[in-house]
Design a protein around this ligand. Structure first.
Ligand SMILES: O=C(O)CCC(=O)C(=O)O
Ligand SMILES: [Fe+2]
Length: 221
């Protein structure tokens, strides 16, 4: 297990061999065949497009309010897919004090499927959400980069001798980036202020041709 301290109260924990190879193969086959995968049309920046990966949403009864990109997925329950409860139990055991009540599943059918830069910073997850991500199947890179922060820049006054400097606000990226290769049966946990201060993505990889399934366990407050 590796812990990466991102600074300012954000952490990532990575366990490449979290679930055994054999068990991971069984989970992968089960999920690939039994989850009712859909590829919804979502709205991003006022444009509709088909989400570039398959998805499914699972939550405890009563938690159906997840909405993202103008799309409200149907909420299945853990009882619909009992192996999900086994994976959840493994995650809960691995992270002392953790608690999760919802799960977003993603299936990347090949290297053209991806998730773009985003943070899971919806209000319903609270200020410091802990998100546990379990991956099966094809390996893909998971990238994290610092959100640009606004800084005030003072420009030297032009044609304005002796006057106040011109203030200009500029977005500055501090260049911090981290990359994790998410293997079959791996666990990655984002904690603290990671969703507030960082964005993450799984970029396209033209050469990746195998199917990858990812589960992100979350706690809706
Ligand atoms: O597939 C992954 O590893 C990440 C998925 C993700 O970021 C999300 O569902 O919010
Ligand atoms: Fe995410």
């Amino acid at each position: 297990m590796t812990v990466v301290d991102l600074g300012n109260g954000s952490q990532v924990l990575h366990t490449p061999r979290f679930i055994s190879y054999q068990d991971s193969c069984q989970f992968f086959d089960y999920l690939n065949q039994n989850i009712p995968w859909t590829r919804p049309t979502i709205r991003v920046f006022a444009k509709s497009h088909v989400q570039p990966r398959d998805t499914c949403y699972v939550a405890i009864e009563g938690l159906t309010q997840l909405v993202y990109s103008g799309y409200q997925p149907h909420a299945y329950t853990w009882n619909d897919f009992s192996p999900l409860k086994d994976i959840l139990d493994l995650v809960l055991k691995a992270i002392p004090g953790s608690s999760f009540n919802s799960l977003l599943l993603n299936r990347y059918k090949g290297g053209n499927d991806y998730v773009g830069w985003h943070a899971d910073d919806e209000k319903l997850y609270g200020q410091t959400p802990q998100i546990a991500s379990v991956s099966f199947g094809g390996e893909r890179d998971f990238l994290l980069k610092k959100k640009p922060s606004k800084v005030v820049q003072y420009e030297p006054a032009r044609n304005n001798e002796g006057g106040p400097p011109n203030k200009r606000s500029k977005k500055v990226n501090h260049g911090d980036q981290h990359s994790f290769l998410l293997k079959h049966g791996s666990l990655l946990v984002m904690s603290g202020f990671t969703q507030r201060d960082w964005v993450h993505s799984v970029p396209k990889r033209v050469k990746a041709d195998s199917v990858r399934i990812n589960l992100t366990f979350r706690l809706i407050l």
